[in-house]
Design a protein around this ligand. Structure first.
Ligand code: FUB
Ligand code: ZN
Length: 691
């Protein structure tokens, strides 16, 4: 089923708003905002379905007993002009609308309309086609959480009506297993491959995002109908019920978010049952590996099998831990996370080394040209680490989130927001015939996944804890929310991150208040300087949250100076594809070489990186406003291996003397921006030459 054909925001108070201005802004309503949600002064939002729907974050952890951190709602953070502001504007103005049209043009909506007798078009697309529409609905829901957009809302309402119209009285909903195929519904084999539960997991996530944006329960009620009316009475433990197997993990995390929304414990229990694995459905061993479900999650010892499945399973399992505190889950999650960061993750935060099975490889198996690195898998990685962060408040998870977000996820969408990568390799040669960015894939899981991720981004900037506020991500933005004790608070970030090395953060509680402000010190920033109202703070450690505990007064200013020195990164020598090679990283951004930026006549394959100097003197940073939407490029003098250009054969006697390296001026661009111009070779890892 997952085998594919070959290859393959409210408006912001302008960033000019000064710290002085923000301190004078009235609480509850922001001047210059057309925001839809003046936030109440309530404290912990209820997880029951009430008017507090609008204050639930990407995850509603308000009552999750094992969550150290709680999400703030998407609407509470306004991302202004800047790195993510531009990306998010493109997303909501171009990507989301163009994807809606593509979903229609490619029969995804006809699949629903046909069942309502409103279309004669035959069923189109793979078994998981419904999920494309649901993920788009989730993107629309998150976009609407940032402020009303009447056209988007009207279109989404129409689409939702068309979806719910074809839900069967039983609660079942699927546009593929209908007619002659209806007899196959939820058979063990179809649970394995048919994606019925995967589709409905995305349905629930879309419904929850839309509910949290609008309070409209239509889709949510349909989702509850599916779960309460169809799933719970028929599937689960006990002889009177049929076995259940998710096939492609997704329903687990969706059911737990539904539980967080409804408070109905059966939703959590069913998720737990699925995570445990139903022994009545037997699949071959390689099936448990590939599907990453069907056996107890707690029996897993490493990441394997289909990468998106594994990442979503880890999300569901972490959600389960956040609700239950089950230590066996926690142990396994930590084991798997260690495997992720020590053996399985690309420097871009991408995961899934193998095209075959879209899968994790063996430890250290991280090829570059053939890297799969599916956009959905990198998103799954970010989603999982967001949950691990919520459980612990540890910055090592935020470092992974940032790595994936800025690199292996961000690369998935073209700068103009209309083309998408399914694979995100770390080396590329267009002569392979591979079209890496496309507007549409028949397996179009990644594009709407990227759209929902960018639309939800404000929800990832901050969290609250019982003792204060955590700042995770840096960009021009305004937080307008409250602490867990109900104290209203604004935090204004002004920064040119990730290009510039400073951030000015104005903290404005409604009244002088004592709390801890946890500032994330990125793992890559070796020497970060932090001041509060100009006074230097000691104990700043890379890769940790800096706890700034004090009595905060309205208008207090935290200044951060990051160390943006370019890092020359090497991989564990067991990563054979990176052996003898280096990658460059500046701040959160991993860099790459594209051949078209190099002097004419130089083949990327012949380029060598000279690492004999200190990076600070080797790499000359240059902001190029004209290039790729405005990027800092890294210029350096590298080398070109001259001999290899004249060689025509395959094997030669080794002779040190023949390796002549000529100096060459090289230019690196941020990886996320690759393949946005003419097709040209690209590489992240470049061989090293000394001297
Ligand atoms: O199977 C549904 C989605 O299609 C998977 O998550 C992707 O890997 C793609 O195969
Ligand atoms: Zn995908």
């Amino acid at each position: 089923m997952t085998k594919r054909p070959e290859i393959s925001r409210r408006e912001f108070v302008s960033s000019a708003v000064s710290a002085a201005t923000v301190t004078s802004l009235p609480f509850g309503k922001l001047a210059g905002f057309s925001g839809n949600n003046p936030t109440p002064l309530s404290t912990a939002p209820s997880s029951a379905m009430s008017s507090e729907w609008k204050d639930q974050g990407v995850l509603n952890l308000a009552k999750s007993p094992y969550a150290k951190l709680r999400n703030v709602p998407v609407h509470a953070v306004t991302i202004a002009s800047g790195f993510w502001g531009a990306r998010r504007q493109t997303n909501v103005e171009k990507s989301v609308p163009s994807m809606e049209k593509l979903l229609e043009a490619n029969g995804r909506m006809d699949n629903f309309l046909r069942l309502a007798g409103k279309s004669n078009a035959p069923q189109r697309g793979p078994v998981f086609s419904d999920s494309d529409v649901y993920k788009w609905t989730e993107a629309a829901g998150f976009a609407l959480q940032s402020g009303d957009r009447p056209d988007l809302r009207a279109n989404t309402d129409k689409l939702i009506n068309e979806i719910v119209a074809v839900q069967e009285p039983s609660g079942y909903l699927n546009t593929y297993y209908v007619g002659d195929r209806a007899k196959d519904r939820m058979t063990p084999e179809v649970q394995r491959w048919g994606h019925e539960l995967y589709n409905m997991g995305h349905f629930l996530q879309g419904a929850i995002a839309y509910y949290r944006a609008t309070g409209d329960r239509a889709l949510m009620d349909a989702g509850i109908h599916f779960v309460d009316g169809f799933l719970l009475p028929n599937f689960g433990p006990g002889p009177e019920k049929k076995p259940i197997f998710s096939g492609h993990p997704e329903i687990e995390l969706a059911l737990i978010e539904l539980y967080r929304t409804t408070g109905d414990k059966r939703h959590l229990e069913l998720a737990g049952y699925i995570l445990q694995g139903d022994e009545r459905i037997k699949v071959p061993r390689h099936g448990y590996v590939y599907h990453f479900c069907g056996i107890p999650f707690t029996s897993r010892t490493h990441l394997e099998g289909h990468a998106v499945r594994a990442m979503y399973a880890c999300c569901g399992a972490t959600d389960y831990y956040l609700e239950t505190g089950d230590q066996a889950y926690w142990k396994t999650l930590n084991t798997l996370w260690d495997d992720l960061v020590n053996h399985q993750m690309y420097v871009t935060g991408g995961v899934g080394a193998r095209s075959d099975g879209e899968a994790f490889g063996d430890a250290y198996e991280l090829p570059n040209f053939t890297a799969y690195g599916e956009s959905c898998a990198a998103i799954g990685n970010m989603m999982w680490n967001w949950r691990m962060l919520a459980a612990t408040g540890e910055a090592k998870y935020t470092d992974v989130i940032e790595r994936a977000l800025y690199n292996g996820i961000n690369s998935g969408m073209s700068l103009d927001g209309t083309l998408y990568c399914y694979r995100n390799p770390l080396a590329f040669d267009p002569s392979s015939g591979d079209h890496i960015r496309n507007p549409w894939y028949d397996v179009t899981c990644c594009p709407p996944n990227l759209e929902r991720t960018f639309a939800s981004l404000p929800g990832y900037f901050y969290s609250t804890s019982t003792d204060g506020l955590y700042l995770h991500l840096y960009d021009n933005s305004l937080l307008d929310w409250h602490l867990e004790d109900g104290t209203r608070l604004k935090v204004l970030q002004k920064t040119n991150y990730p290009w510039g090395d400073t951030a000015s953060i104005t903290v404005t509680p409604e009244k002088p208040s004592e709390f801890a402000f946890y500032l994330r010190i990125p793992g890559w920033s070796d020497r970060t300087q932090v001041t509060v109202n100009g006074k230097a703070i000691s104990g700043v450690t890379a890769g940790q949250y800096l706890a700034l505990r004090r009595r905060w007064l309205p208008g207090d200013v935290v200044s951060v100076k990051f160390d943006l020195t370019t890092h020359v990164v090497e991989a564990n020598p067991r990563v054979v594809d990176d052996y003898g090679r280096v990658a460059m990283q500046r701040g959160p951004l991993v860099y790459c070489l594209e051949q078209l930026d190099q002097p004419e006549g130089i083949a990327l394959a012949d380029v060598r990186m000279n690492v004999s100097q200190k990076p600070s003197s080797q790499f000359h940073e240059e902001f190029r406003g004209d290039l790729l939407g405005g990027v800092v490029v890294l210029n350096c003098v590298g080398a070109v291996n001259d001999d290899s250009r004249s060689r025509s054969g395959l094997y030669f006697r080794y002779n040190r003397e023949t390796s002549k390296n000529l100096a060459a001026k090289l230019t690196l661009i941020p990886y996320y921006a690759w393949a946005n111009r003419a097709g040209t070779p690209m590489q992240v890892w470049t061989p090293v030459v000394n001297g």
